[in-house]
Design a protein. Structure first.
Length: 61
């Protein structure tokens, strides 16, 4: 899908850094795998939920 392909390397790294920053200082999240989902939108279509677009750990697509 074109929307998922629009997530380039710069955006990929930015999302990982944001997730790491959000988890920092939250001991309950230490050691957990990171998974970022994406919801794509297109005119005249239902939203599509893409799981694990970015992930670190066992649930990698």
């Amino acid at each position: 899908e074109a929307a998922a392909l629009a997530l380039g390397p710069d955006q990929h790294q930015r999302l990982i850094r944001a997730a790491e920053a959000a988890a920092r200082g939250r001991p309950a999240l230490a050691g957990l795998d990171l998974r970022i989902d994406m919801v794509t939108l297109a005119p005249g279509r239902f939203p599509r939920h893409l799981r694990g677009v970015i992930s670190t750990g066992a649930d990698r697509p």
